[in-house]
Design a protein around this ligand. Structure first.
Ligand code: C2O
Ligand code: CU
Length: 504
């Protein structure tokens, strides 16, 4: 068993090896204030130092200043879509996209586009094997669709222009599919995906498997994103300047479940917190770290890992998910999940550290006792190299004041179609020939990096690096058809870095 705490007792020098044993260590009164989080209402300045125009992009406009966010008390709960079908094995929900008003900062509401009036949209929760039916209505002023990111849906349900006519304003569409995999997934539009997502259209999906390890450990779903607000009017700022065109849009307000970061949640007696984290931001990466505690990664894009992995930090690129256990340090008054600056392109992502969520440990005597098993799922062989069937070269070129993003020298829809067969496993070499990172996402199928065992649907491809992946085009029902792959910095995708694969 992996014990969930490696903190040492202050007095005894004996490792407290399990949360359930912490009460035996004594001297819980000695606490160290963590990160200056202080008391309720103490202002923590989040203004970033926009380093716009640094390095090779000195001609770009400066990044916007981050909006200040004070420490505030709240919780992480996300409303869920109500199942309207009482039959077991069927989850039937209605989902409406429409303009809405969201008061992000208190005082002045912002007009956004939202699912069910909320940003993020309500959580869709089901169990593996359930048939999910979503009665979707579009009350936006423009066409839209829904893509079920990471879910192995039938091609016709994938929500791209390749497989469905966008749902017109006033129109509706029923999405229907079976949840084949347990894990954390998410939903978002696939029409003008950058602009529609930046307006507020995204939501999380949790598919539970009651038979898997840790199923009894309730998880909070944490949807990370950001929004760009005019500092005075609080209206959405959708300016598309050369910086946004090149870097994608990083908003000036980081959101945790749709509310400003720097959120303090009551942790009761719990010292361990299981989080299912989704990076739903249009362009911002989250390089997660825990201050005043530690973290163990137990799952990723396709549910649980084979084995838990203690990590000191975890880079979550756009579209990726992580299942984490955050463990309060025994001597820390506050445990904080933070996002470290991460320069994914010269001058992008270099705002100051952002404090996301604080847990305070008033109650360190009473603790929960549970363990993370050494084995979380049966192990697979590592992905074998079957030779590079395909090579996809990512780059960008200046096009007047803006930038075009290319795959193999072409801009979508001119990127050559890949045609292959269901039932095969291929090797794709993703060559990033640009100076910025591009998270690569494939619809409808999981892949592994060559030599790795973890199944993913989105993978970070660093600047000037090559990543070799092995997609498995499983021949399930409804999988024949055309699927998309693209950079998940959505401005890059819409700027051309998208392609299609047709499976027969
Ligand atoms: Cu979340 Cu086409 O992607
Ligand atoms: Cu990109």
């Amino acid at each position: 068993m992996m014990r969930v705490s490696w903190e040492r007792c202050l007095g005894g020098g004996v490792a407290a090896i399990a949360i359930g044993l912490l009460h035996a260590c004594g001297d819980h009164g000695t606490t160290v204030p963590a990160d200056g989080a202080g008391t309720a209402g103490s202002p923590i300045d989040h203004s970033g130092h926009g380093t716009g125009g640094a390095g090779g992009h000195s001609d770009l406009p400066a990044a916007p200043e981050m909006l200040p966010v004070s420490l505030w008390d709240g919780d992480l709960s996300l409303p869920e879509l109500a199942d309207q079908d009482s039959a077991p094995g069927i989850v039937e929900v209605t989902l409406r996209a429409a303009p809405a008003e969201i008061d992000y900062l208190g005082g002045t509401p912002t007009t956004v586009w939202a699912y069910e009036g909320r940003v993020p949209g309500p959580l869709l929760r089901a169990q593996v094997g359930d048939r999910i039916v979503v009665h979707f209505t579009n009350d936006l002023p423009e066409p839209t669709t829904i893509h079920w990111h990471g879910m192995r849906v039938p091609a016709a349900m994938d929500g791209t222009a390749a497989v469905q006519d966008p749902v017109a304003p006033g129109g509706s569409f029923d999405y229907e599919f079976v949840a084949l995999d347990a894990g954390t997934f998410w939903y978002h539009p696939h029409v003008r995906s950058d602009a529609q997502l930046e307006q507020g259209l995204y939501g999380a999906i949790v598919i539970e498997d009651p038979g898997e390890p840790l199923a009894e450990l309730a998880a909070e779903v944490v949807v990370l994103s950001d929004v760009q607000l005019d500092p005075v009017t609080k209206a959405l700022d959708d300016t598309l300047d050369a910086r946004v065109s090149m870097m994608g849009r990083e908003g000036n307000l980081v959101l945790v479940n749709g509310r400003p970061s720097n959120l303090r949640v009551a942790s009761g007696s719990d010292r361990a917190h299981r989080l299912r984290v989704v990076n739903a931001a249009s362009a911002r990466f989250f390089d997660l770290m825990v201050h005043g505690g530690s973290m163990v990664r137990i799952g990723g894009d396709r549910g649980l890992l084979e084995a838990p992995e203690p990590v000191s930090h975890l880079l979550l690129a756009n579209g990726e998910r992580a299942d984490l256990v955050v463990i309060a340090g025994e001597s820390a008054a506050t445990t904080t999940l933070v996002a470290m600056p991460y320069e994914r392109a010269i001058g992008a992502g270099t705002t100051d550290l952002v404090e996301l969520v604080h847990w305070s440990s008033e109650n360190s005597g009473a603790t929960d006792a549970w363990e993370i098993p050494d084995v979380l799922r049966p192990s697979d062989d590592a992905a074998a190299d079957v030779g590079a069937d395909r090579s996809l070269v990512l780059d960008e070129i200046a096009m007047g004041p803006h930038f075009a993003f290319r795959i193999n020298g072409a801009v979508f829809p001119d990127v050559p179609l890949i045609e292959t067969q269901l039932g095969v496993t291929e090797t794709w070499e993703i060559v990033n020939d640009s100076e910025m990172d591009h998270p690569f996402h494939l619809h409808g199928f999981f892949f592994r990096s060559i030599g790795q065992r973890e199944w993913k649907d989105t993978i970070q491809v660093p600047a000037k690096a090559t990543v070799r992946i092995s997609p498995s085009f499983d021949a399930r029902e409804g999988a024949a058809g055309t699927w998309m792959y693209h950079c998940h910095i959505l401005g890059h995708a819409e700027g051309g870095m998208m392609g299609e694969v047709t499976l027969r």
